[in-house]
Design a protein around this ligand. Structure first.
Ligand SMILES: NC(=O)c1ccc[n+]([C@@H]2O[C@H](COP(=O)([O-])OP(=O)(O)OC[C@H]3O[C@@H](n4cnc5c(N)ncnc54)[C@H](O)[C@@H]3O)[C@@H](O)[C@H]2O)c1
Length: 252
């Protein structure tokens, strides 16, 4: 009997790291549903996934909305019969400091970067339990560990949300184990739209020379490879962990 095709949901999958993860999962044989605010970019990524011979669904949605997550999980399950993998990747920088930020801006940063993970895990975990197995990988950040850097694109509110992901990851690895594996990635400086206009231009070259052991900033593929490994490798004895993907950035 042939194995059923596995199914992944990737939030923030239209571009950047999420797009890279979606394409790598498609290369490894999974059908992929994308959730993002950017409809045209999602259509482009969908075309790339289909060119790899895999199916793709797109959902224009704000990951901060709890009810949409349930609707999307229901639609994916109705279309393809299962959900095996969730990549909680959608996220947004927040450059304001504690003395400048408004309450709504703090709440929104937490909603996009942290509550989004709750929304999609809450919707997908029961369906993974039905399948009898599941993999969840959430995108935290080096900022969660380092507290960010002065003049960085993302300060305390982002660091708070991304650190929350690490606690959620450990707790849910226990709660959802042994069949559902839950891990987090902490990327350092990765060359994407999010980083392009800020840190890469200002600090990337200098950091690559004097602050990153591997001598360069990261690429989307550097992150996508470990996400895909955690999402697909069999067997896998890894859960509740955070993986720093930063080329060893020692000047944080
Ligand atoms: N690039 C880096 O250096 C870096 C470093 C550490 C962590 N990260 C994290 O990696 C993840 C991906 O970042 P990226 O660099 O690819 O950024 P990006 O801006 O290129 O991509 C983020 C994607 O998420 C989507 N998104 C944002 N808010 C959304 C919302 N409310 N609802 C639905 N979709 C939404 C965007 O439309 C976009 O497609 C983020 O969680 C980010 O915090 C990035």
């Amino acid at each position: 009997m042939t194995e059923p095709t596995r199914v992944a949901i990737v939030t923030g999958g239209a571009r950047g790291i999420g797009r890279g993860c979606a394409l790598e999962l498609a290369r490894r044989g999974l059908d992929v549903a994308l959730v993002d605010l950017l409809a045209p970019e999602m259509v482009r990524t969908k075309g790339e996934i289909e060119a790899l011979g895999r199916r793709c669904l797109t959902f224009e949605a704000d990951v901060a909305e709890f009810a949409r997550a349930e609707e999307i999980a229901t639609a994916v399950e109705a279309a393809w019969g299962r959900i095996d993998v969730l990549v909680n990747n959608a996220g947004k920088a927040q450059p304001k400091g504690i003395l400048e930020i408004a309450e709504e801006e703090f709440d929104r940063t937490i909603a996009i970067n942290l509550k989004s993970c709750f929304n999609y895990i809450r919707a997908c975990a029961p369906r993974m339990q039905k399948v009898g197995a599941g993999r969840i990988v959430s995108m935290s950040s080096l900022n969660a560990i380092s507290g960010g850097v002065t003049a960085a694109v993302s300060r305390f509110a982002y660091a708070s949300a991304k650190a929350g992901i690490l606690g959620m990851t450990r707790a849910l690895a226990k709660e959802l184990g042994p069949n559902i594996l839950v891990n987090a990635i902490c990327p350092g400086l990765i060359q994407t739209e999010l980083a392009k206009n800020h840190v890469i231009v200002e600090r990337g070259a200098e950091l690559a020379r004097n602050g990153i052991a591997l001598g360069r900033v990261g690429t989307v593929d550097d992150v996508a490879q470990i996400v895909a490994f955690l999402a697909t490798s069999e067997p896998c004895f890894i859960s509740g962990q955070e993986f720093v993907v930063d080329g060893f950035q020692y000047h944080r």
